[in-house]
Design a protein. Structure first.
Length: 638
């Protein structure tokens, strides 16, 4: 479903997608004039440009035929909008009429003609060019269009697979044109802010490199040296730190990153970061820089953003929202009710509280009785069970204000009132309650909070303002977390180059699990859109983290460790996920909607059909042979 803005555009064509979309922030560098879309080409105007002021002018337009009507008129489209073209009806121009009325829709044409006012009553106020039409005099079919796999109209539904297969046609839609142009303008403003206002240097770093220990899985690229492979970097992390050692002082790059994370919804094996590193900076410095950067590059039509952004510790985020990327656009926070229920005789509650980190917590779903069906409640409980192995009970607030649940018999009047007060329960609210280990209970209730918000909204409640942008810093992460697959071992919560919190540095050597880090994440409406840290710049400390805590082979990083010994300055940085940021700004349901040529959910290019087979001969220089699974050998034979 296109967003309301796009619906407006569909009805009325695009507004001018030039500098007007992204105006400079007040007090910023002077804006260049409006871009000249007609320089170097024979067209005089774009299809979104003509107004009453142009009446009487001879114009030349280039575009695609969007609609045709009975040899009378057609609508021409380009990246900027739609213009109505009137076909000549007189005998002298019959060849032009025939040429244009026989051209299939989506053929690309040139028309030259005179701009005229539309006859009174035929103006279209919803269309920016709706006061005029162009009376065509000469025309040329530059290329005709064969039968299309789908219509180029944003409101026509088409499967994502088909859109991907014919991405170059999908790109003709106003929505994708808008998304790509907005993205380009935001990046332009970011470059301006970083380079012109703050002295950053745009440096390209290699994409053929070697494995970085810790973090995401990397793509391998074979080399001609037997058994040796390059890796595509998951980020320019090592290079940007080495640039600081090299005295570059302030680096940035619009960097392509690669992560072989298998198929995950709304992830791409290749994606783009605004990658930043600075010398002699602390956490507050990086945060100030990013707040300024976003404010400066923010599209004016999305409303102003206020800085500084609020901040929350990792522990608070987990306790209140059950996640390290809280969506703070709505309440329904997790409430600890352990102290209220401690005095009860409820067996499973007592059991949970007897363990270390045992807790009882709850969330209150406003108007849940009215907006949620029984099957919704059942599916919420089922989802806590299947995803988190966590039992959840529901408590309902009756019209008389009393509570109804399997638990209420076991609770005294006073405990019930305390519960109502703690969760601010109103008539018709539903409380979801869970008892168990702190992190598991929080994660389960955090996930139910989001699921129930979706259910409430699907049933008609307005909970999250779709035009609101809530930024949030999450700070004071633990430096290390137990590995999911083997909790006895530790892995970096961010990456192995992150410095410990200065207050906790000594704990690094005695109890690394207790060390907080100088890692910060930026969250927007419940999505992580950036993350970074102040780095370790002391070689010994870096070696200790790699070898003793993470049990990694530090040899792989010997170049970086050595570099830290040659007067490496203190430094820190951050990377913003550009695709996610833009998709949130334009309200796109997927990051694929802001990437020109995205990969499918399974990491495939459905247009060019990549990845693809290569012949054994092509593999030979790389000393590689494919060992085919039997099923695929059979499939290839057929
Ligand atoms: N390289 C890091 C990442 O991709 C960001 C950073 O620490 O600057 O998450």
């Amino acid at each position: 479903m296109p967003c309301p803005r796009v619906l407006r555009l569909l009805r009325g064509g695009l507004p001018r997608l030039g500098w007007e979309l992204v105006r400079p922030a007040r007090g910023s560098a002077s804006a260049p004039g409006a871009a000249d879309f007609n320089s170097f080409v024979a067209r005089t105007n774009t299809c979104g440009e003509l107004r009453s002021a142009h009446v009487g002018q001879e114009v030349t337009l280039y575009g695609w035929i969007q609609y045709q009507r009975q040899g009378l008129f057609l609508v021409l489209r380009d990246f900027q909008g739609l213009t109505q073209i009137i076909l000549p009806q007189d005998e002298a121009h019959s060849h032009v009429r025939k040429l244009l009325s026989n051209a299939p829709v989506e053929s690309v044409v040139r028309v030259t003609g005179i701009v005229s006012s539309r006859p009174p009553g035929q103006e279209n106020p919803k269309m920016p060019t709706g006061d005029i039409e162009v009376k065509v005099e000469t025309a040329e079919i530059l290329n005709s269009c064969k039968k299309l796999p789908f219509e180029i109209k944003d409101f026509i539904k088409k499967s994502e697979a088909l859109r991907m297969q014919y991405r170059y046609l999908d790109l003709r839609s106003f929505q994708l044109q808008y998304n790509l142009r907005l993205r380009s303008q935001i990046v332009m403003r970011m470059r301006e802010y970083l380079c012109n206002l703050h002295g950053f240097v745009d440096v390209e770093t290699p994409t053929l490199f070697k494995r970085t220990p810790g973090g995401a899985k990397e793509f391998l690229v074979p080399s001609r040296e037997a058994g040796k492979f390059y890796s595509l970097p998951q980020s320019p992390q090592q290079f940007k730190q080495l640039l600081m050692v090299g005295g570059v002082d302030r680096y940035f790059q619009v960097a392509r990153c690669y992560r072989d994370e298998g198929s995950r919804p709304d992830r791409q094996p290749e994606f783009t970061q605004i990658d930043i590193e600075m010398s002699f900076v602390d956490q507050a410095g990086i945060q100030g820089l990013i707040e300024g950067l976003l404010q400066y590059s923010w599209p004016q039509e999305r409303g102003a953003i206020t800085t500084p952004f609020p901040s929350m510790t990792y522990e608070e985020a987990l306790a209140d929202y059950g996640t390290d990327k809280p969506d703070t656009r709505f309440g329904m926070k997790i409430v600890d009710i352990s102290d209220i229920l401690r005095r009860s005789d409820i067996q499973f509650v007592q059991n949970a509280l007897s363990y270390p980190h045992g807790t009882v917590k709850a969330i209150c779903i406003p108007q849940g009785v009215r907006y949620l069906k029984n099957k919704d409640l059942e599916s919420l409980k089922e989802s806590a069970k299947s995803q988190f192995n966590q039992e959840v009970m529901d408590v309902i607030c009756r019209p008389d204000g009393s509570l109804k649940s399997l638990l209420t018999k076991l609770l005294g009047k006073e405990q019930q009132s305390e519960l109502i007060r703690a969760l601010n329960v109103q008539v018709d609210d539903v409380v979801l309650l869970a008892a168990g280990e702190h992190k598991r209970v929080c994660s389960a209730l955090g996930s139910l909070r989001l699921e129930s918000a979706d259910l409430l909204e699907a049933a008609g409640m307005t909970l999250r303002d779709p035009t609101a942008f809530h930024f949030l810093w999450v700070v004071d992460f633990p430096l290390f977390l137990p590995k999911e697959e083997n909790p006895a071992e530790l892995e970096s919560a961010h990456h192995p180059f992150t410095a410990p919190h200065p207050v906790d540095t000594n704990l690094l050597y005695s109890d690394p699990t207790k060390v907080r880090s100088q890692h910060y994440d930026l969250v927007l409406n419940g999505n992580e859109i950036g993350g970074g840290s102040i780095r370790i710049h002391n070689a010994e400390q870096q070696r200790f983290v790699l070898e003793k805590v993470l049990k990694e082979d530090s040899e792989v990083l010997s170049h970086l460790l050595e570099a830290l010994e040659f007067g490496a300055p203190p430094h820190g940085g951050i990377a913003l996920g550009l695709d996610r940021l833009i998709s949130l700004i334009v309200g796109a349901p997927s990051i694929r909607d802001v990437i020109a040529f995205p990969k499918s959910f399974r990491g495939r290019d459905l247009m060019g059909n990549a990845p693809d087979y290569v012949t054994p001969e092509e593999l030979e220089p790389y000393h590689i042979q494919v060992s085919w699974p039997v099923a695929e050998t059979e499939a290839k034979k057929n």
